[in-house]
Design a protein around this ligand. Structure first.
Ligand code: COA
Length: 167
């Protein structure tokens, strides 16, 4: 039997934005959020697999709206699907005004991690057993995204092989 997504989920991680998190436009620097999400996704991958994990790809990072100094970032993350050695983690970031409590969805992203052994080689991870309607939907959608990632990687490899050097 597989593990449930809730066993490894991060439901409510709060990060307070300070001035050193901002870009020159005064909104949060995208790289700050991406680094934070990578760490949280790593925690989820290692909780699920009980193994050392490495980031192998980050995709579909959509910055939907800016966050400002003083906002609280609320981060939710969950494993969507596991395969042999890889896992897809989905993350959602909401910015909350600490006084009005107004919330806006500012970012969603998918991270793929691979569990590795002592030699850095991919090693197996436990199966996932989605239980709720949303978990089942994410499980199925993750398979479509994995197919697209593999297809895109193959296409790029083929293109590079076929791209002739100038003579
Ligand atoms: C992750 C790593 C160990 C995989 O090694 P590999 O020889 O490419 O292994 P494989 O080709 O057998 O792929 C292993 C798994 O990764 C998945 N994978 C590989 N490339 C992928 C990509 N671009 N996107 C999504 N999944 C990918 C494969 O589908 C496979 O999944 P599965 O075992 O669940 O079916 C290796 O690429 C690596 O060490 N990368 C660097 C990771 C790192 O240092 N990250 C930190 C950022 S600097």
């Amino acid at each position: 039997m597989g593990k449930s997504p809730q066993e490894s989920a991060v439901n409510d991680y709060v990060y307070k934005i300070f001035p050193n998190d901002l870009n020159s436009k005064g909104t949060v620097f995208g790289g700050t959020i991406t680094a934070l999400l990578d760490r949280i996704a790593l925690v989820i991958a290692e909780r699920h697999s009980s193994k050392t994990c490495v980031t192998v790809s980050i995709d579909a990072v959509h910055f939907l709206a800016p966050a400002k100094s003083g906002d609280n970032l609320i981060i939710q993350g969950m494993i969507n699907r596991s395969w042999n050695s890889s896992m897809e983690i989905g993350l959602k970031v909401t910015a909350e005004n600490p006084f009005s409590k107004d919330q806006k969805h500012i970012l969603s992203a998918y991270f793929t991690f691979v569990a590795v052994d002592d030699w850095g080689k991919p090693t197996s991870v436990p199966p996932l057993e989605p239980k709720t309607h949303d978990e089942k939907r994410r499980f199925e959608e993750a398979a479509l995204r994995k197919e697209r990632r593999i297809h895109a990687t193959r296409q790029q490899e083929e293109f590079r092989k076929s791209f002739k050097k100038d003579s």
